[in-house]
Design a protein around this ligand. Structure first.
Ligand code: AQP
Length: 331
């Protein structure tokens, strides 16, 4: 990263069960970046309704993510924290970018393929979701987008759309953003199935560790995690995906590489590795849970989010005006 302060944008969906994959892949990057850059972190509620949601639950999850943002270390004085639907420019730019995207490229998005599974009644929002995500990023002239590996394809599409529009209307229409992916933690896999990514919506609760899980649940999920039968501790994602996932999680929490964790545990059993991983995870999540319990009931949350939306809107307004003018929209 250069010395220049960069504009950083990212978001999390308020879909409940925020897990260590979200934390290790994305949230901890958000915190690290806020000291030296201008950061804008969104709670992307418009994305959450691409699948039907109970309104009361959605509202509670929005406030949960806001409290978790602060519990992991985001400071509303340093970063802009807000809710996507409070800034109308997201939906407006999303339509403009939907009109610039091709049905072929949208139908190749793996997240759409996974979630729709060829179902003709899959919501249209699920299909055009990547154009909304591109709008989220391009609306703020973001230079950098810290995300997990699963978002790589969406970031590529965002770049393609920005370049496509720039080729037509001028290089200074959109800033072409870069994705930022960590080495350890960018793709945390499900504990019960290391072929699938850890996900908020997986049915089996033991597949993930949510940031607010109690210590007993954390222990149960890790001790039951799928490994293999040869008993050798080695980092090899292809041949030993289960153990490699545990090593990567350990490394991400401890700030060392998964290979170094493997070297540390060479010759020891999976039981020892799992027991120590329970300890390291419980220790890492304890302060987050404590801060969450203090912040979540506070009436300050709504005020912080309203203030964040006003600051975000002030940045988005001129960008949207510039884009609309290039397209010839409006009076
Ligand atoms: N397993 C993961 N490992 C590393 N990073 C991950 N992220 C998600 N899962 C992992 C990153 O977390 C950020 C926020 O994700 P999101 O809220 O946009 O939801 P998602 O990517 O759709 O994640 P989930 O948890 O799998 O939710 P559901 O089950 O609702 O689809 C992103 O930066 C993402 O890369």
């Amino acid at each position: 990263m250069t010395d220049k302060r960069l504009r950083v944008f990212s978001g999390v969906q308020p879909t409940g069960n925020i897990h260590i994959g979200n934390y290790l892949g994305a949230l901890r990057q958000f915190v690290a970046l806020q000291e030296e850059n201008d950061c804008i972190y969104c709670i992307v509620d418009l994305h959450a309704i691409t699948m039907p949601k109970d309104p009361a639950e959605l509202h509670a999850h929005i406030l949960d993510v806001a409290a978790l943002y602060m519990a992991v270390g985001l400071d509303p004085k340093k970063s802009i924290l807000f809710v996507q639907s409070e800034v109308p420019g997201h939906a407006e730019l999303s339509w403009i970018l939907t009109c610039c995207s091709y049905t072929g490229e949208l139908s190749r998005m793996t997240q759409f393929k996974d979630k729709s599974r060829g179902n003709e009644s899959a919501p249209t929002g699920l299909f055009v979701y990547p154009a909304l995500m591109a709008a989220d990023i391009l609306l703020y002239d973001a230079d950098v987008v810290p995300v997990g590996q699963d978002q790589r394809q969406h970031i590529e599409l965002t770049r393609d759309l920005a370049i496509r529009v720039n080729n037509r209307f001028g290089e200074d229409t959109f800033v072409v953003p870069e994705g930022r992916f960590l080495k350890e933690g960018a793709r945390v896999m499900a504990l019960d199935d290391p072929a699938a990514k850890m996900s908020k919506s997986a049915e089996n609760e033991m597949s993930r560790i949510s940031l607010l899980d109690d210590d007993a649940k954390i222990k149960k999920a890790i001790m039951r995690a799928t490994t293999d039968s040869d008993g050798e501790i080695r980092y090899d994602i292809q041949k030993k995906p289960g153990v490699s996932n545990l090593l990567a999680i350990y490394g991400a929490f401890a700030g060392i590489s998964a290979e170094d964790v493997a070297a540390r545990y060479q010759g020891q059993g999976y039981g020892t590795l799992k027991k120590d991983l329970v300890e390291i995870t419980v220790d890492a999540l304890r302060p987050i849970k404590e801060r969450f319990a203090e912040i979540r009931p506070s009436n300050e949350l709504a005020r912080i989010l309203k203030d964040g939306a006003a600051r975000a809107d002030a940045i988005a307004g001129p960008v949207l005006a510039r884009v609309k003018e290039r397209f010839g929209l409006g009076v």
